[in-house]
Design a protein around this ligand. Structure first.
Ligand code: ZN
Length: 257
């Protein structure tokens, strides 16, 4: 197994670990860039028990080109997914493969994880979700999840969702001049981007923790006070935080010291 595939299997199993409550059954998917191709979970496989045999290698440029297609029928999508698969496993890549192609092409992204965590689904499905995505409660949330989260209004899974993600992420990059670390999909779930598998897991777990903080704050009836824009920028641009972020990309095990 190549180191990239090994890391992707490790990430997938961690994202599917029942103790994290990030995805059940065949929910969620993960991917990793590997030169001119990328690996993504095959449709119908469970993250929790994923092995190399549940991954499909995809032709990167061919998948990326399909993002421009205004609309395709379900049958055309199935054909397109088959046509961009490399090898003869016969497995169908996840329907979210187009979204992974777009995200893996962004600067600094080597791995992508997509999950449906219960606490975040509660937040992401509220009318306040787009406002909450911009807020940060504590410093490690800034370090692991970025200074704000991209919010994507609900879109049909598959190509329409990939195009909606592309539009919201491009707007974020124009505004922030950097690649985001986390993306909320309204009424759907979370996407986490990272240079390494560890960075994706750290960002995912920290997003879920922040979600629980919000929910517990709401339940207590007390008003939470988020960090100010100045406090967020200070954490985000501190040299020692950059050092910490670099360490977090490499460390296995518990990501946060
Ligand atoms: Zn999903």
């Amino acid at each position: 197994m190549s180191p990239i595939v090994e890391d992707l299997v490790w990430l997938s199993r961690n994202l599917g670990d029942p103790s994290h409550d990030l995805a059940i059954l065949a929910e969620g998917n993960a991917s990793a860039r590997d030169g001119d191709s990328f690996w993504v979970k095959a449709s119908g496989f469970n993250l929790s028990s994923l092995t190399e045999d549940g991954l499909v290698e995809v032709d990167f440029p061919a998948a990326y080109r399909l993002l421009d297609k205004a609309s395709l029928s379900d049958a055309e999508i199935r054909e397109a997914l088959k046509s961009i698969s490399v090898g003869s496993s016969g497995l169908m890549p996840s329907v979210e493969t187009f979204m992974h192609a777009f995200l893996l092409a962004l600067p600094g992204v080597g791995f992508v994880g997509h999950t449906h965590p219960t606490p975040l689904l509660s937040l992401i499905s509220t009318t306040s979700a787009s406002d909450l995505a911009k807020k940060r409660i504590f410093p490690d949330e800034v370090v692991c999840c970025g200074p704000e989260t991209v919010f994507v209004p609900y879109a049909d899974p598959g190509l329409p969702l990939a195009q909606a993600v592309m539009s919201s992420v491009e707007e974020y990059i124009r505004h922030r001049e950097e690649t985001p670390k986390t993306i909320w999909l309204e009424n759907h779930g979370l996407i986490t981007l990272g240079q390494t598998a560890q960075e994706v897991l750290s960002g995912t777990l920290m997003s879920v923790k922040a979600g629980r903080v919000w929910l517990q704050g709401f339940a207590s009836g007390l008003e939470l006070k988020p960090l100010s824009a100045e406090q967020i920028d200070r954490i985000h641009t501190r040299p020692d935080e950059h050092y910490r972020q670099a360490l977090l990309r490499q460390l296995a095990g518990n990501p946060i010291a």
